[in-house]
Design a protein. Structure first.
Length: 330
């Protein structure tokens, strides 16, 4: 079964992580940068494990040097989204990579991304919103600078703040000040937790950062009291099944807890994380989930309605996208 035509909502992508390998390879060639070591023989990205993945990710990002580069990247990413039937997507954007956390430079990068996104929306119908994202392994001080960038550009295109990076680096609570800054600016909050570390990481994200959504969060299944709390508090999980399996968080999709979490009543959504790095896209995610758990069009419509309800966008955008999803035949 192909799910290509189903309208989809995606809440958990990284803009650089969604960069097509051919795009990065072409950009490297234009700039005379040798990135051959990060590509496999088949042309895809190559790495050994999650921590090597972070190195390869940053190497790929190293050729994205200007606002114009990010404008071109935005268009390439949204073209791929459209091809997979995505109608609304939120992406993590890091001022660390866009202007080295300087507010003025960040504004220039963001303006280029916003303009490219508007152009792509006219051409493809895909709506993009950005979540300013701190990189955990860069430390709490850098996160505060990132939060300052988020404060200065909060609005319709930037409705959220989050944190990604190495979950083994520091504690969620180390970043509470940055999240408080973002909250004061009216931004909605998410953070990566419960991917590599266990349930206590998810609990810390809720207690110390007071987020509305959790990136991944799948290891909450190991503590049913925590699962009950997720349900009671209405916390949405941005689940990336293909990413989790590809990186070895779970040995295969059969072992992945997304269906168990959903069956218990947790608000789960489906995203691709860094799709070309994990050899996936939203169509493949749906096909794999359908094959493994028997999910059909009605299940995916329900998942997408959950996702747009949890999206950080303004209400007009939410209503418009919801209407697209509601008209889907099941």
């Amino acid at each position: 079964m192909s799910f290509k035509s189903l309208p989809k909502v995606e809440l958990h992508t990284h803009i650089e992580g969604a960069a097509p390998p051919d795009f990065i390879r072409g950009l490297a060639k234009e700039k005379s940068v040798d990135l051959s070591a990060i590509f496999a023989e088949d042309g895809g990205y190559a790495y050994r494990d999650f921590w090597h993945f972070l190195e390869v990710y940053e190497a790929a990002t190293s050729v994205l040097k200007s606002p114009e580069d990010y404008a071109r990247l935005t268009k390439a990413v949204l073209e791929n989204c459209a091809e997979a039937g995505v109608v609304y997507v939120e992406t993590f954007i890091s001022p660390d990579f866009c202007g080295a956390r300087d507010v003025g430079a960040w504004r220039d990068y963001l303006a280029a991304i916003v303009e490219a996104a508007a152009e792509a929306e006219r051409d493809t119908g895909v709506t993009l919103r950005g979540i300013v994202t701190a990189v955990r392994h860069f430390g709490p001080d850098a996160a505060r600078e990132t939060a300052r960038c988020a404060q200065e550009t909060a609005g319709d295109f930037i409705p959220g703040f989050g944190m990604g990076g190495d979950e083994k680096s520091g504690k969620q609570g180390d970043f509470a000040y940055a999240f408080d800054m973002a909250r004061e600016a009216g931004l909605q909050l998410t953070t990566h937790a419960g991917e590599w570390n266990g349930p206590d990481e998810v609990r810390a994200a809720l207690d110390d950062l007071k987020v509305q959504r959790i990136g991944h969060g799948v290891r909450a299944i190991e503590d049913l009291a925590l699962v009950d709390r997720l349900i009671e508090d209405g916390i949405t999980l941005e689940v990336c099944p293909g990413s989790n399996v590809f990186l070895g968080v779970y040995p295969d999709l059969a072992a992945h807890p997304i269906a168990k979490l959903r069956d218990r009543g947790v608000k789960v959504t489906v995203s691709t994380d860094d799709p070309p790095f994990f050899r996936t896209n939203m169509v493949k995610e749906y096909e794999d989930l359908s094959r493994q758990f028997g999910w059909d069009d009605a299940d995916f419509k329900d998942l997408n309605l959950t996702a747009i309800d949890a999206a950080f966008c303004d209400e007009n955008t939410r209503t418009r996208v919801r209407e697209i999803l509601e008209t889907q035949d099941v």
